[in-house]
Design a protein around this ligand. Structure first.
Ligand code: PLP
Length: 394
């Protein structure tokens, strides 16, 4: 028996593959440092946990309406002005995480043969779900000379008569890049000119070090062509709760809910109550996390740049460093994939090869600095020592 061929076009998220290998080393008794998975070390804020527990105790353990609890859709709509977006509860659809909403958004707007502009490097799921929906991912480059901000001219040069969707992810995984207000305005004009949908993945929207909180959907006319994809995993340290949502033009909400009914039914009811608490309760935990991340970012970037053959830009948002390790690879003859594999096997430090995010990730690594500060320090020590041993062997 074989699986349907449509599955053959799916890509994967390499972080889970490396996490699995790292867990096996742990099971064998090794102390592994996890810089592969994008997960804050801060616990879920106590008032959010309490709301979830209270909901369970109150028996909120039954199906919820497919679109999401009215009070959560409301809370999401009321939180949108913080990023300049005005929308109502009926524009919001709740899903178990941002990822299911990415999947639904792709299925909802991509026709077979459509071209979908995806960032390279970028979150690998964009190209995967674009292909799954019958589309053709077309990569647009992000590079360090622009601090990994989208290059509007380079994107415009890739637009054809078949282009239907522009995927944005700001702040960006894996580089931490953001877009200036001017870039956003030019991207909006481009989308308008070519009548493109925008899938705007804003899961790191609140994790910016310049205090800005932007969305392309805030620009005139853009909410009519944008699906904001967002979730609670990152900003509220709720990765395991599985809670996310989409904000979309009202005409898309009904078919999107039908899509949700077909594959998810609804999102766990008690989890949605925790989500209401996250949005309507104190935002202090988010601010504290951003302050802690800033200190970790600075330490990691400084530590990486102190290693010969490494050049690491300072990310403006999210919690990933994306160092260029070309100097080391040249010296040792390794590729970034074998570097990452051996760093895990020999120094028990899990990172991702840049190519896990697309061809332009070659020569890079992605390190998540969302973990505990002391683990990051130890990881930098291990990387430094291990790279030193490579140099000695060479
Ligand atoms: N989008 C990006 C860019 C991500 O990095 C991730 C998680 O790593 C997600 C979406 C998925 O988030 P969630 O946990 O809400 O499904």
């Amino acid at each position: 028996m074989r699986s349907a061929t449509r599955l053959d076009v799916l890509g994967t998220e390499h972080a889970y593959v490396v996490l699995d290998a790292a867990k096996q080393l742990e099971a064998a008794g090794h102390r592994v440092l996890h810089l592969e998975i994008g997960e804050p070390d801060m616990p879920t804020p106590a008032h959010v946990v309490e709301a979830g527990i209270r909901a369970l105790r109150e028996g909120r353990t039954r199906y919820a309406v497919a679109a999401g609890l009215p009070e959560l859709r409301d809370a999401i709509a009321q939180a949108l002005p913080a990023r300049g977006v005005r929308a109502a509860a009926e524009n919001v659809v709740v899903t178990p995480g941002a990822k299911p909403m990415l999947f639904c958004a792709a299925l909802a707007v991509i026709e077979p043969g459509d071209e979908v502009l995806c960032p390279d490097p970028g979150f690998p799921i964009y190209a995967s779900v674009a292909r799954f929906a019958g589309g053709r991912p077309v990569y647009y480059p992000l590079d360090h000379t622009r601090a990994f901000a989208p290059d509007v001219d380079a994107i415009a040069a890739r637009v054809t008569a078949r282009t239907r969707v522009l995927v944005l992810n700001l702040p960006h995984n894996p580089t931490g890049g953001v877009a200036s207000p001017d870039d956003l305005a030019r991207l909006a004009a481009l989308a308008d000119r070519h009548d493109l949908w925008i899938i705007s993945d804003e899961v790191y929207g609140q994790l910016r070090y310049d205090g800005r909180y932007d969305s392309i959907a805030a620009l005139p006319g853009m909410s009519a062509r944008t699906i904001i994809v967002d979730g609670f995993s990152k900003a509220y340290s709720m990765t395991g709760w599985r809670l996310g949502y989409g904000v979309m033009p009202a005409r898309l909400t009904a078919p999107m809910i039908t899509l949700v009914i077909n594959n998810l039914s609804c999102t766990a009811t008690f989890v949605q109550h925790a989500g209401v608490a996250a949005l309507t309760g104190p935002q202090e935990p988010v601010h504290r996390m951003v302050a802690a991340l800033r200190a970790k970012r600075d330490a990691v970037v400084q530590g990486l740049n102190a290693i010969e053959g490494v050049a690491c830009a300072t990310p403006a948002g999210a919690f990933y460093a994306f160092p260029d390790i070309g100097g080391i690879l040249e010296r040792t003859g390794l590729a970034c994939e074998s570097f990452a594999d051996r760093l895990l096997d020999e120094a028990h430090t899990a990172v991702l090869a840049g190519t896990a995010f697309g061809p332009r990730g070659a020569g890079h690594l992605r390190l998540s600095y969302a973990g505990a500060a002391r683990d990051l320090e130890l990881a930098l020590d291990r990387i430094r020592t291990w790279v030193g041993s490579l140099a000695a062997a060479a």
